[in-house]
Ligand binder design. Structure first.
Ligand SMILES: NC(=O)c1ccc[n+]([C@@H]2O[C@H](COP(=O)([O-])OP(=O)(O)OC[C@H]3O[C@@H](n4cnc5c(N)ncnc54)[C@H](OP(=O)(O)O)[C@@H]3O)[C@@H](O)[C@H]2O)c1
Length: 285
């Protein structure tokens, strides 16, 4: 028997949330999305999606969004993510939700708590664990879809000197695993690492990306963190600043987790980078 009929997706307008919302809809769940930008969300999610305006930082909005839901999938990027998750957990408890799924990260562990995002995610995970509600926490690392962000301004640029290998995963595989976690009793109360089929450095992955999707780019430039931070500071580019901080953090700590349990329970991601690239080449209808 399915644990949920109506699932609220918080963060459905985001990179990871949108394919998850569509995957859940395709699996015949009733999917409600909540967004701070109602018109944008309505355009992305036509009927049968239910679309509600709301801010996860406001408890009343969360209560409203969760009304009549059985479960909530949380995939938000917010400076006070842990406070938002506390609101969601409290509202979920008071409304008797049966299930929470939450997107954490593959490097999230006590040892890496010095990095602010990890601290927020550990606090969020703690709130979910303490709620008494059945949960599945998914911990992905690098997504193939992030590669386009390194070729946005003409040349392809990698930050620093990437030498760590990461199991790049496609969002399609990730969305399938989230949907599967709602069908599969073994996924209950598990924290599962999500790793793609091959381990690559960011440089290797970006070279493949350029070879297939941007053959006009002949080489990938390696730019030191210090130079990128200087550019971000001088230009007031907060997105670049936070991107450099994230990439340098990931390179510092590396991928140490093991996806064996997730693969056994939810089915291993199968899409390789080459397969993913060949799908991106096919013109969209
Ligand atoms: N991207 C990656 O490579 C990656 C890897 C591992 C883990 N993760 C984790 O996955 C999660 C999602 O990442 P993403 O890349 O999909 O983020 P994203 O594209 O930046 O999307 C962020 C989403 O969060 C929602 N959001 C933010 N603040 C909100 C608030 N106060 N109330 C309601 N919704 C709010 C936004 O919705 P509206 O703007 O529509 O309100 C948006 O849909 C994050 O927790 C991230 O740490 C991401």
């Amino acid at each position: 028997m399915r644990v949920a009929q109506r699932i609220l997706v918080i963060g459905a307008t985001g990179l990871l949330g949108e394919p998850v919302a569509y995957g859940l809809r395709d699996a015949e769940f009733i999917v409600r999305v909540v967004s701070r930008n109602i018109s944008g969300a309505r355009a992305t999610f036509p009927e049968p999606f239910e679309v509600i305006e709301g801010d996860a930082a406001k408890r009343a909005d969360v209560d409203n969004a969760l009304t009549d839901c059985d479960a909530v999938h949380i995939s938000i990027d917010h400076d006070q993510e842990d406070e938002c998750i506390t609101h969601v957990v409290e509202a979920a408890q008071s409304q008797g939700l049966k299930r929470i799924t939450y997107v954490s990260g593959t490097t999230v562990c006590e040892e890496n708590r010095w990095f602010p995002l990890v601290d927020r995610k550990l606090k969020s995970e703690q709130a979910i664990l303490a709620s008494g509600i059945d949960y599945t926490i998914l911990c992905p690392g690098w997504f193939m879809e992030m590669l386009s962000r390194f070729v946005r301004h003409g040349p392809a640029i990698v930050f620093g000197k990437p030498s760590r290998r990461w199991h790049f995963v496609s969002i399609q595989d990730f969305a399938r695993m989230v949907t599967e976690s709602y069908r599969c009793p073994e996924a209950v109360n598990k924290r599962l690492y999500v790793h793609g089929p091959q381990a690559l450095t960011v440089l290797e992955a970006l070279r493949s990306y350029c070879r297939v999707l941007h053959p006009e780019i002949k080489r990938v430039l390696r730019v030191p963190y210090s130079l990128l931070r200087g550019i971000a500071w001088l230009s007031g580019n907060a997105e670049l600043q936070s991107g450099v901080n994230m990439v340098s953090y990931l390179e510092q700590v590396g991928e140490r987790s093991d996806a064996t349990e997730a693969n056994a329970i939810l089915g291993a991601p199968e899409i390789t980078l080459d397969e993913w690239l060949s799908i991106q080449k096919v013109p969209r209808e």
